[in-house]
Write a protein that binds this ligand. Structure first.
Ligand code: NAD
Length: 431
């Protein structure tokens, strides 16, 4: 992988996600290399437990979804029907990573494919799913090759197939390539896409846990979320909770990252609750020479901008939410003082407008309208009333007005830019 990963003092006790990569000093691609580093021992432990006890351990660990929303994983799992009459169930890994500035799942899948495969078999055992799909971003070719090879090796070793490790549990696992559209990562659009339909989001409820793929109970979990499962089972929920930083209510570590004009961009697995300042200045080496930090997005494009004074906040789900944004994927994008903020926001909104599935009117029509106004403000041709219209659009496209989180997410950088940089917007209005 060409992703820069900065890690020191890494071991299984402190870095559940990445320790094997660092210990091996290279990608861990073969089953032999993976098994030499505790590989598949969590699965062996799990199949000797009751599935509901595996679920209980994950629930007790306080693991929250790492795709961006932070929904508690154990709670999600507990909503799936169990018991002999539950029928066909599916486990889907959301590997359609397409959030701008986010490349953590790509790294994890390319370097540690067996860890995801083991996590999926273990999770499928816990929820009683006999079929699993890794819904992979279409452009992640290397990850796809490596995951398919890992699945073949795991099948040959008896970890996938019938009567796994003598437990009576059967499981098959497939990699499904996505269509290269951002909306395919929305879990219900993803399910439609998996079924061969157009990737429109479905209404929720029902949540996939009740009616997901082909109408059957389905758990959709992100790559990073799942890849924590083997370590939670091996070392326990209390150990996992103890990994987080300081007063953070969240548990475990997090893949944090930086893009933009920092000295060092890349990925770091750090205790959840690490501050933005530690991330940017200790790990990222600060801003590149000649640039100052103007503002930053905490986790991808669909979050609100934060300012330099927010760098001392713990980067956990609740703290960043209280500050008026969302942690999202926790790969920060830094905006420097030489960057025109209107151009930056216009660029993000162009992305969101292009990626709208077009199903609901506020999103389909509101996003291109937003882009048009931003383009004229950027060119210094803004009309009187344009800023008020943008403010209105942030409400009309906001939460509760659309089928999915696409348009509300798109409004987050805009609404926060309007709040923090009113003078920049005013400058673009023609006198
Ligand atoms: P969401 O909060 O609606 O749902 C998150 C998860 O929790 C879903 O799996 C959902 O089924 C479950 N859930 C939520 N409420 C529930 C309930 N009442 N009962 C049962 N289950 C419930 O968010 P979302 O629309 O799935 O995702 C939005 C997030 O996606 C944003 O935070 C954004 O940061 C992130 N995102 C990530 C990427 C990426 O590439 N990683 C791309 C785009 C967006």
């Amino acid at each position: 992988s060409n992703i820069n990963v900065g890690l020191t003092n890494v071991g299984p006790e402190t870095h559940p996600l990445t320790w094997r990569y660092t210990k091996a000093g290279k990608s861990v691609l073969t089953i032999e290399d993976y098994e030499a580093l505790e590989g598949y021992s969590a699965l062996k432990k799990a199949v000797a437990m009751q599935p509901t006890d595996v679920q209980a351990e994950v629930k007790a660990s306080n693991l929250r979804g790492r795709g961006g929303a932070g929904f508690p994983t154990g709670v999600k799992w507990s909503l799936i029907p169990m018991g002999p009459d539950a029928g066909q169930k599916y486990l889907v890994c959301n590997a359609d990573e397409m959030e701008p500035g986010t490349f953590k799942d790509r790294f994890l899948m390319e370097e540690l494919p067996h860890q995801l495969v083991e996590a999926m078999i273990t999770a499928a055992y816990a929820i009683g799913a006999s079929k699993g799909y890794i819904f992979l971003r279409g452009e992640y070719i290397i990850a796809g090759e490596r995951l398919n090879a890992a699945i073949q090796q795991a099948t040959k070793a008896g970890y996938i197939g019938e009567n796994i490790l003598g437990s009576g549990f059967n499981f098959e696992l497939h990699v499904h390539l996505g269509a290269g559209r951002y909306i395919c990562g929305e879990e219900t659009a993803l399910i439609n896409c998996l079924e061969g339909r157009r990737a429109n989001p479905r209404t929720k409820p029902p949540f996939p846990q009740q009616a997901g793929a082909w109408g059957k109970p389905t758990i959709v979990n992100n790559v990073e979320t799942l890849m924590n499962i083997p370590a939670i089972l091996l070392r326990g929920a209390d150990w996992f909770k103890g990994l987080s930083q300081g007063k953070s209510p969240d548990a475990g570590t997090k893949m944090y990252g930086i893009s933009g004009r920092a000295k060092i961009t890349g990925l770091w697995e750090l205790p959840i609750g690490t501050t933005g300042r530690e991330l940017l200045y200790t790990h990222g080496g600060g801003m590149a020479d000649g640039y100052e930090l103007s503002c930053w997005l905490p986790g991808g494009a669909s979050t609100d901008f934060l300012m330099p004074e927010h760098l001392d906040l713990a980067m956990d789900y609740d703290t960043i939410m209280k500050a008026g944004s969302r942690m999202g994927t926790a790969l920060i994008m830094v905006v420097d003082d030489k960057q025109n903020i209107i151009s930056a926001v216009r660029n993000l909104e162009q992305f969101f407008a292009r990626e709208s599935c077009g199903w609901c009117t506020p999103c389909r029509d509101g996003l291109p309208w937003t882009v048009k106004i931003l383009e004229s403000i950027e060119a210094g041709e803004g009309q009187e009333g344009d800023i008020a219209t943008l403010q209105q659009l942030t409400r009309f496209l906001g939460p509760g007005k659309t089928f999915c989180a696409h348009a509300p997410g798109a409004m987050e950088p805009l609404q926060s830019a309007l709040k923090f940089f009113p003078a920049e917007f005013a400058k673009g209005i023609k006198a």
